[in-house]
Design a protein around this ligand. Structure first.
Ligand code: IMP
Length: 309
């Protein structure tokens, strides 16, 4: 079977499995990529009975038949992990001959960082620390945002204004989830040291007129809010019918200028992130997920001179 046919078959199989979490789907994708056979939640094991009735059972997430191994992912909230450990202890007492492995959140994230690179799967990408938002989580959330925008703008024809360059992946995916007629345009912004500290200026302006149109500014990430603030002020002067903002990532902890963001993909902690369009010195834009960088790697980079772009 050709690689393309295999990928299609795997995609079809994946879409028919009712995964409870995006992380499980992501894990199945990695197993598929490496040709490891798997079954999702193939059986439940009774853990406790009362008066002949099963009152507690355990259903491991995956079974890998070639390895005769069950896998349980614990990428959920920390509060649920203790409960999982308790169940697992009961399971091991009752079924000592069955192999099961608990994959902790940190194991899972380093697995993704190592093997979930998509186009980079054969290459080690120096600098990546952890996957913060996986490709399937992005896909799901961007789909939800598109559906919400389609509902909110029903009967209208919005103009999506993307802020280059980090927005390209998000814009390309988002617009395909908006089931309305729409137009797109792009702006580019550059920041510089102004008289009153850091300031931003437009280096590529829009080609579309804005007057009386419904504008949605599409941003990759809102950090201090300086860029967005300047944009909103400038675009408001062009008298659009409405002006809203859709940002994939919101690093709220670093906000200096407060402003409403109408659609937010994910709120993220105060960490520098790359991938899915976002870069560090023009690198990492083509990673299919959002990841954090290793601190020691960043420090070494800071010591080396920035290469000319
Ligand atoms: P703001 O003006 O501080 O809100 O910054 C917005 C711009 O800074 C974004 O459009 C990005 O280009 C860049 N930026 C901020 N944080 C990050 C990050 O964590 N990774 C990559 N780029 C970032």
């Amino acid at each position: 079977m050709s690689a393309k046919a295999r990928a299609e078959e795997s995609e079809n199989a994946l879409s028919s499995v009712p995964f409870a979490h995006a992380s499980e789907e992501e894990f199945a994708r990695i197993l598929d990529f490496y040709d490891v056979a798997w079954r999702y939640e193939p059986r439940s094991f009774p853990l406790r009975e009362e008066e002949g009735r099963v009152v507690e059972a355990f259903t491991p997430d995956f079974y890998l038949p070639d390895l005769e191994l069950y896998i349980e992912l614990t990428t959920l909230k920390q509060s649920l992990v203790t409960e999982k450990h308790r169940k697992l202890r009961l399971f091991q007492e009752r079924y000592p001959d069955i192999q099961i492995k608990l994959l902790h959140r940190s194991d899972y994230l380093s697995l993704l960082a190592k093997y979930g690179f998509g186009p980079f799967s054969e290459v080690e990408v120096a600098g990546i620390h952890e996957v913060l938002i996986s490709a399937s989580e992005l896909e799901r959330r961007v789909g939800e945002l598109g559906a919400q925008i389609s509902r909110d703008y029903k009967g209208k024809e919005p103009l999506l204004v993307g802020v280059l360059r980090g927005v390209i992946c998000f814009m390309a995916d988002l617009m395909r989830h908006i089931s309305l007629p729409l137009a797109i345009d792009f702006m580019a912004i550059s920041s510089y040291e102004g008289e009153q500290g850091e300031a931003v200026r437009i280096v590529k302006d829009l080609e579309e007129p804005l007057a009386s149109r419904h504008i949605i500014i599409v941003e990759d990430i809102v950090d201090t809010g300086m860029t967005l603030n300047t944009l909103l002020q400038g675009l408001q002067l062009r008298r659009p019918a409405s002006l809203k903002v859709c940002a994939l990532l919101d690093k709220r902890a670093r906000r200096l200028v407060d402003m409403p963001i109408d659609y937010v993909g994910f709120e993220i902690p105060d960490e520098f992130v790359v991938g899915y369009g976002l870069d560090f010195r023009q690198k990492f834009r083509n990673l299919p997920f959002i990841a954090t960088l290793k601190r020691d790697w960043l420090q070494t980079q800071a010591q080396t001179k920035q290469s000319p772009e």
